[in-house]
Ligand binder design. Structure first.
Ligand SMILES: [Zn+2]
Length: 348
C-alpha cells in the first residue's frame, strides 16, 4: 500500500526532536520489536511504537478480549470483547488502522520454553507486557543468550516498576530476582486490583526507553529500577549500576534453566484477574478446529472462527480452544475442573 504521507511529514514532530532527527527516524523504521503480552501494558507500548513508526511489531498474546479488560486495555472495544477476539489479532487490526506503513505480526500463542527462542530471537528489542515471572524469566534468558535488550515492567494496584536490560552491560532480571517470588507472596491484579493510569505511566516509560534505544540514543536510558506509586505520589529511582552479579546463573554463567525447561512448567495456569484457567497441551491437537466444532455441536452453543472454537453450556464455564491445542476455561478458578473439562472434550 502507498504511504498516505512520506515519513518526513508523518513523523515530523518526532524528527524535529534533536536527538531523533532523520537518522533516528530511519533507524526506528528498520527496527523489529517483539511485545510479549498485549493486555494492559502491551496495549500502551504497542500503540506508541506503532504511531512512532517502528518498522516491525510482533505481538504475542495467549488471551482473548473480555469486557472486564476494557477498564485498562486501551486498544480494545466492546465489539472485540463480544466477539471474543484473540488480543493479538484485535490489537494487530487496530494498529493497522492507525499506521498502514509498518509490519504487524500477530502471534496467538503462550510463550513457553518450546517457542520462546523461535518467537523472539529475530527481534532487536523485547518489550515485557506480561503479568507473570515465568514468562519474564524466559524473556530474560532469550535476551542473555541472543544479546537482545529487553524492558521489564509490572504494575499492580496503583504502583508499578520498570527496568531496561542491556545484555553484557546492565544487570539482568535474575541478578535482581534470582528466584521467582513464592506463590502467594506477591500482590497480583487479581488480589489487589489495578488502576489504569499507573499502567499508562509505566508503559509510556517503556515506550520512551524503546524509542531511545532503537533510535541510537542508548546513553539516554534511565539506568535504574524505577518504582512509581501514582496514588501516593511516590517516585523512586534505584540505581542498578552495581547490581550486576558475576555469579548470576543467567547473564554470568549463561545457564538457561527456563529455556531448557528444567524449571517446572505448569500444565494449568490461572490467568491474572480473569477467573480463567489456561491449559497447555502436552501434545499437539489431533483434530482440526472445524472437526471439533462439529463434534461439540450437540453439547451446547458452538462458535467457530479462524482462530478458535468456543463452547458455551448452561451452568458450566465456557471452553475456548485454539489451533495450537491450548484452551482457556473461562468462568472458574478451579484447575481440577478445568483439567477435567479438557480431558472430557479432547480425550487424553
Ligand atoms: Zn544476571
Amino acid at each position: 500500500m502507498q504511504p498516505l504521507l512520506p515519513p518526513e511529514q508523518r513523523y515530523a514532530r518526532q524528527i524535529r526532536y534533536p536527538a531523533i532527527g532523520p537518522e533516528g527516524q530511519r533507524r526506528l523504521g528498520q527496527a523489529r520489536v517483539a511485545i510479549v503480552g498485549v493486555g494492559a501494558l502491551g496495549s500502551v507500548t504497542a500503540n506508541h511504537l506503532a504511531r512512532a513508526g517502528v518498522g516491525t511489531l510482533t505481538l504475542i498474546d495467549r488471551d482473548v478480549v473480555d469486557l472486564s479488560n476494557l477498564q485498562r486495555q486501551m486498544l480494545y472495544d466492546e465489539a472485540d470483547a463480544l466477539e471474543g477476539k484473540p488480543k493479538a489479532a484485535a490489537a494487530a487490526a487496530r494498529l493497522a488502522s492507525i499506521n498502514r506503513d509498518i509490519r504487524i505480526d500477530a502471534r496467538i500463542a503462550h510463550l513457553s520454553s518450546n517457542n520462546a527462542e523461535m518467537l523472539l530471537q529475530e527481534a532487536d528489542l523485547i518489550v515485557d507486557g506480561s503479568d507473570n515471572f515465568s514468562v519474564r524469566y524466559l524473556i530474560n534468558e532469550v535476551s542473555a543468550k541472543h544479546g537482545i535488550p529487553w524492558i521489564y515492567a509490572g504494575a499492580v494496584g496503583s504502583s508499578g516498576m520498570t527496568m531496561t536490560v542491556l545484555p553484557g552491560q546492565t544487570p539482568c532480571l535474575a541478578c535482581l530476582f534470582p528466584e521467582p517470588p513464592a506463590g502467594g507472596s506477591l500482590d497480583t491484579c487479581e488480589t489487589a486490583g489495578v488502576l489504569a493510569p499507573i499502567i499508562d505511566t509505566i508503559a509510556s516509560i517503556q515506550a520512551m526507553e524503546a524509542i531511545k534505544l532503537l533510535s541510537g540514543n542508548s546513553h539516554a536510558l534511565h539506568g535504574a529500577l524505577l518504582q512509581i506509586d501514582l496514588w501516593h505520589s511516590e517516585w523512586q529511582s534505584l540505581s542498578v549500576r552495581d547490581a550486576r552479579r558475576a555469579g548470576c546463573p543467567v547473564c554470568g554463567q549463561l545457564r538457561f534453566e527456563a529455556l531448557d525447561g528444567t524449571r517446572e512448567e505448569a500444565l494449568a495456569v490461572s490467568l491474572c484477574g480473569r477467573n480463567t484457567i489456561q491449559i497447555n497441551p502436552t501434545q499437539p491437537l489431533a483434530y482440526s478446529l472445524e472437526r471439533l466444532a462439529a463434534r461439540w455441536e450437540s453439547l451446547g452453543t458452538v462458535e467457530h472462527n479462524a482462530y478458535l472454537v468456543k463452547l458455551t453450556r448452561d451452568h458450566m464455564p465456557s471452553f475456548v480452544l485454539f489451533a495450537d491445542g491450548r484452551a482457556l476455561i473461562m468462568g472458574t478458578d478451579d484447575d481440577t475442573l478445568a483439567r477435567r473439562m479438557y480431558t472430557d472434550l479432547l480425550g487424553e
